[in-house]
Design a protein around this ligand. Sequence first.
Ligand SMILES: Nc1ncnc2c1ncn2[C@@H]1O[C@H](COP(=O)(O)OP(=O)(O)OP(=O)(O)O)[C@@H](O)[C@H]1O
Ligand SMILES: [Mg+2]
Length: 252
Amino acid sequence: MGVCIIFAVDVEGLNFNYDSGFKIQDISFKIEEKTITALTGNNGSGKTTLLRLLVGLLKPISGNVKIFDNFLSRNKQKLWEIRKSIGFLFQNPDDQLFAPTIEEDVSFGTRNLKIEEEEVKSRVDWALEAVGLLEFKNFSPFNLSWGQRKRAALAGLLAMKPKLLILDEPFANLDFKSIYNHLKILEKLRKDNEITIIFTTHNLFFVEHWAEKMLFLDAGKIIFEGSPTQGLGDVNVKKLLGSYNEILSLIK
Ligand SMILES: Nc1ncnc2c1ncn2[C@@H]1O[C@H](COP(=O)(O)OP(=O)(O)OP(=O)(O)O)[C@@H](O)[C@H]1O
Ligand SMILES: [Mg+2]
């Protein structure tokens, strides 16, 4: 009997254009369930655009996205069913938070799952506690710092208990304590609920030490797919990334 691999994400021949002229060009890749994948590449290489295509916030010109073997479609009912299994963290928390209080914001997605109100409340308190914001639950998102808003946005996804987390820059602009806290939660979720994670970052530390797979984007194309160790040593990737040594040569 052959081993049956389940893919959390299966992308085939994806193409997309913005009016500005930027293109996502013929992207194909598969992500096995219960793995961690880092999507990296320089500013403007198309990481956020690709993630938005994966969750159906943008519609491709051609190609397919399958999430746990279901085609993402524009059919509203089906898209909603698939979205329930995905937690998407926006790069900018201000695109994610809109309710008058943090508690309402964090409850929103979970309440839409049509589960018991008591369960909603307990999940929301758990998620707020996990990101260290329980004492801020009655605050308006406007009165939190940027990093706190990012943590509130993460709490909103965690409360929904999705099987697939798609995180756009989950560690950017966070202090070390918050990064530690976030990683602790994510690692616990991985252990207990066997979730799949895709994240974008410019921080190669997380690519090297946390991810099992690396995708590198340049001008809307994947120029590397494979292990982080190989990817970070790849000549083309290294050329695009630059280094601290290059920067140091300017100031020393
Ligand atoms: N809504 C939009 N309309 C038109 N062009 C856009 C839009 N959003 C992004 N772009 C363009 O698409 C390209 C890719 O942007 P994207 O945000 O996907 O990059 P990114 O890799 O996520 O960058 P960063 O590292 O800065 O987050 C950029 O050149 C950008 O100008
Ligand atoms: Mg981005």
